[in-house]
Design a protein around this ligand. Structure first.
Ligand SMILES: Nc1ncnc2c1ncn2[C@@H]1O[C@H](COP(=O)(O)OP(=O)(O)OP(=O)(O)O)[C@@H](O)[C@H]1O
Length: 282
């Protein structure tokens, strides 16, 4: 079942430059798609357009349709481009939710972690009191945080970067979104923590049957978690295919460059990110 259909998506910047040019793809329920490209290639802008969150001054055209029957009748076949804020608000959280690179952007520094995780659970599931507290603990346990009660009482600065990203993931999946968008979710983390957080996302997406749009400049990371990838360059899709094909037989020169630098990086890390792809194969 097709969950998301992006067709002819364009995002034009305030000064008239095309930041995203004619990007089209579909994503099935439960499918994992990677969006890859170097910095400035339009990955984040594509994700923001999918959520109807492009910054003011941008012009978005084309079509972004969510079709998530079973979630809510009012969300069947929802067109994001041109939709009003009310419709977009009901899409966010239920149809789609996002984890960003820097967990501190998702977290309020002045509010204890538990209250922040409680917010989407209270709002969307109507939980209160003891049931709400139990749901917060369960949400923190689900993202494999040891000692969830202590984490719930902490302020964001009192826990580590990896723990904060786990909290951000717990908040993003609190309302069971059909699609999780992860925009460079491990880029700000230490390499060892990166691997743990990636494994956590992998497991959660699998268990919940969520679709995943995984955005990264790092082909090694994307090919570990995504089945299919789209390569973006200067806002346009230059190549797409299964993760294995794109890594092992890149067609576009730009993709070949990306694969080459991923191999070199992986060699330098001495297999710290070894995954399904054998980067050392010539
Ligand atoms: N608020 C903005 N106003 C104008 N141009 C912007 C704005 N935000 C981003 N851009 C431009 O849009 C283009 C695409 O940016 P985008 O953030 O989507 O790239 P990206 O591939 O996600 O890169 P990164 O990995 O660095 O986030 C870039 O040329 C960038 O300079």
């Amino acid at each position: 079942m097709t969950l998301l259909t992006v067709a002819g998506l364009h995002v034009r910047g305030p000064e008239g430059r095309d930041l995203v040019s004619d990007v089209s793809f579909t994503l099935d329920a439960g499918e994992r798609l990677g969006l890859i490209g170097e910095s400035g290639s339009g990955k984040s802008m594509t994700a923001l357009a999918i959520m109807g969150l492009t910054p003011p001054g941008m012009t978005v055209s084309g079509s972004v349709v969510f079709d998530a029957p079973g979630l809510d009748r009012s969300l069947d076949r929802t067109e994001v481009v041109g939709a009003g804020e009310r419709r977009l608000t009901s899409l966010r959280g239920r149809a789609t939710s996002t984890v960003f690179q820097e967990p501190l952007t998702a977290l309020d520094p002045l509010m204890r972690v538990g209250r922040q995780v409680a917010e989407p659970l209270r709002r969307r599931r109507g939980l209160r009191g003891r049931a709400l507290r139990a749901a917060v603990t369960a949400a923190l346990e689900e993202v494999r945080l040891a000692d969830p009660e202590r984490i719930a009482r902490a302020y964001p600065h009192e826990i580590s970067g990896g723990q904060r990203q786990r909290v951000a993931i717990a908040m993003a999946i609190a309302c069971d979104p059909a699609l999780l968008i992860a925009d460079e979710p491990t880029t700000a983390l230490d390499v060892t923590v990166q691997a743990d957080v990636l494994a956590l996302l992998d497991g959660l997406v699998e268990e919940r049957g969520m679709a995943l749009l995984f955005i990264s400049h790092d082909l090694a990371v994307v090919s570990r978690i995504a089945e299919r990838v789209i390569v973006l360059k200067d806002g346009a899709a230059v190549e797409s295919g299964s993760a294995g094909d794109v890594v092992n037989a890149p067609r576009h020169p730009y993709t070949r460059d990306l694969v080459g630098s991923a191999r070199r990086l992986d060699g330098a890390l001495d297999g710290a990110l070894d995954g399904a792809i054998d980067w050392r194969t010539p």
